[in-house]
Design a protein around this ligand. Structure first.
Ligand code: CDV
Length: 302
């Protein structure tokens, strides 16, 4: 039986502060319909897709304005139309959002939804970049360490779309361990949403390499674990902060199969034959045969 999954990486252009959830869900719906018209079975949306990237602003403790950026339920009243539309079309999707969970816990989350519109599983971001105190010297803040807890579910994989699917979120993509934990579970398709400013305040000397580093880490993660990788940006100038694009779909060879051209709402679509993972997983990256975990203690010792 063929294991070809037609995947659409659905890049979002900027979402400004004044844009409502309903505005954004309309845009996501339009991308979903365009992807379906192109034959896609799975549509991947970016990290924190429903709002502007709010960790760029400082909020005092207890400021209720912060809570407005989070979803208390998924789907909720604003996102239900997207779930309904996806189920009507029979298309699955991955959506990044800020999750306000039981007990007031806050996570940067991605949900995987099947073609029937029900949740397959979710992932809570583990590598939270930035800082947790106000740093006024920065042109903009990056307060993920303050506004989110480290994900508490590890790096799960899910049986879906005829294969083994995992998710990472933005900064996770720079860490080889994240892909490897998924690789050890036989992952065949990894969806990664991101919001990456062009300017990195602590290391402006990296700014000129932003697009290169984005593809470098995702292409390496794909090849070294014999998996497809779908990288999806929220791109363009958001609230005065330019963010990179580079949304793409990467083959287990590490080569880019499809890539968007611009920084707006745009699709990259590719047929991902999950059986293409096999020759990598059974030869050079046969992880069980060739890894030497007894020599890797430094990876997990504090
Ligand atoms: N949203 C992110 O995780 N962004 C980081 C930036 C801050 C470097 C990234 O790794 O792209």
């Amino acid at each position: 039986m063929s294991r070809v999954v037609r995947v659409a990486a659905a890049q979002l252009g900027p979402v400004q502060r004044e844009h409502s959830r309903a505005d954004v869900v309309d845009r996501l719906g339009a991308l979903l319909r365009a992807a379906h018209a192109d034959g896609a079975q799975l549509v991947a949306f970016p990290e924190l897709a429903l709002t502007t990237f709010f960790p760029r602003w400082w909020y005092d403790d207890g400021d209720s304005a912060l809570d407005e950026w989070y979803e208390r339920e998924m789907p909720g009243p604003d996102t239900k139309p997207l779930f309904d539309e996806a189920a009507r079309l029979g298309v699955g999707f991955v959506l990044g959002y800020a999750e306000l969970a039981d007990g007031g816990r806050r996570f940067n989350t991605a949900v995987l939804v099947g073609p029937d519109g029900t949740e397959v599983g979710r992932y809570r971001k583990i590598h939270l970049p930035g800082h947790d105190e106000h740093e006024p010297w920065r042109r903009f803040q990056h307060l993920e360490k303050r506004y989110f807890e480290v994900g508490d579910r590890g790096f799960p994989t899910f049986d879906a779309f005829g294969g083994t699917v995992g998710m990472l979120i933005c900064n996770d993509r720079r860490w080889p361990e994240a892909y490897r934990v998924l690789g050890l579970q036989g992952v065949e398709l990894v969806c990664i949403g991101y919001n990456t400013p062009v300017h990195n305040p602590p290391a402006p000397e990296h700014d000129e390499h932003g697009d290169f580093h984005n593809h470098l880490v995702m292409q390496a993660g794909a090849y070294q674990n014999g998996t497809f990788v779908v990288g999806v940006a929220k791109a363009g100038e958001e609230e005065g902060v330019p963010m990179i694009g580079g949304t793409c779909i990467i083959h287990p060879s590490g080569r880019i199969l499809a890539e968007v051209a611009g920084l707006g709402d745009e699709l990259a679509v590719a047929d991902c034959d999950l059986d293409d993972c096999t020759s990598y997983k059974t030869t050079v990256f046969d992880l069980r045969r060739h890894r030497v975990p007894s020599q890797y203690r430094a990876l997990v010792d504090e």
